[in-house]
Ligand binder design. Structure first.
Ligand code: NDP
Length: 245
């Protein structure tokens, strides 16, 4: 029987690439994000390419616990047996020294990257228990491993994800759920555009002179991680563009 993967933040970038790569590998897909139109486009295209898989999409803001709980618990019964959760929804906003930081930016990063990940995980754990190949993949960042100038709150939020990877591995051991942290360096997605609040010029400059990773590079790594035998867990990976220091 095909396995089912739930991907948060599937409307663009790494999440969308995971949907594309895992559809090709034959996984059924449960996809969420706030931009439902993007999800509809992805579902339409992947259903045409891979008619043998099932895809269910729904709009979700991971920052709202009541919404997370009611929408995930309210899923049709056939979507409540999950094998893999990819906690990918996340963002960076602003790149300022802490004394100039915008509190709204801080809230958005902590609410999405940390609290959102926790809300989804707590709600989904019952659907993963006792499932074959049960696995939670948390998208951290190189910012989970180091702090760079003006990265303060984003780095803190991703360091929290790193801590949660370790905590989840301990807590979920008895439930047979594997946990893996995936920590990319620079990936060319909408990430920079979101960080610089739609300043496309500034966003594009980030990638000048460096061959960044693609969402597909990350997705293919995740496909490998979740296909290891039952007794093998890859705890933590850092994936960098070769040219990024
Ligand atoms: P994108 O901006 O392309 O994708 C981010 C995704 O997160 C979108 O699908 C967005 O969907 C979703 N999202 C954001 N906020 C919410 C929310 N409140 N509720 C639900 N979904 C949300 O960037 P990436 O693909 O690059 O980012 C994916 C992950 O990778 C993030 O966790 C990011 O921190 C991490 N990362 C990215 C790196 C990079 O260089 N690009 C490097 C290291 C880590 P929507 O707006 O439709 O809700």
């Amino acid at each position: 029987m095909s396995k089912t993967v739930f991907i948060t933040g599937a409307s663009s970038g790494i999440g969308k690439a995971c949907a594309e790569v895992l559809a090709q590998e034959g996984y059924n897909l449960l996809l969420c994000a706030r931009r439902f139109q993007n999800l509809e486009e992805i579902k339409g295209r992947l259903t045409t390419l891979y008619p043998q898989i099932a895809i269910h999409i729904f709009e979700l803001d991971v920052r709202n616990y009541d919404e997370v709980k009611s929408k995930i618990e309210g899923l049709p019964a056939e979507w409540k047996n999950l094998n893999v959760l990819i906690n990918n929804a996340g963002l960076s906003q602003g790149l300022d020294p802490i004394q100039d930081g915008d509190i709204g930016d801080w809230d958005r990063m902590i609410d999405t990257n940390v609290k959102g990940l926790l809300y989804v995980t707590k709600t989904v754990i019952p659907f993963l228990e006792n499932q074959e190949g049960a696995h939670i993949v948390n998208i951290g960042s190189i910012a989970a491993k180091e702090v760079y100038p003006n990265g303060n709150v984003y780095c803190a939020s991703k360091h929290a994800v790193d801590a949660l990877n370790q905590a989840m591995r301990i807590d979920l051991l008895s439930k047979g759920i594997k946990v893996t942290g995936i920590n990319p360096g620079m990936v060319e997605t909408e990430f920079s555009e979101v960080r610089f609040k739609g300043d496309i010029e500034r966003a594009k400059n980030v990638y000048t002179g460096i061959e960044a990773l693609t969402g597909k590079d990350i997705a293919e790594t995740i496909a490998f991680v979740i296909s290891r035998p039952k007794h093998v867990n890859i705890n933590d990976l850092i994936i960098m563009p070769t040219a990024q220091a």
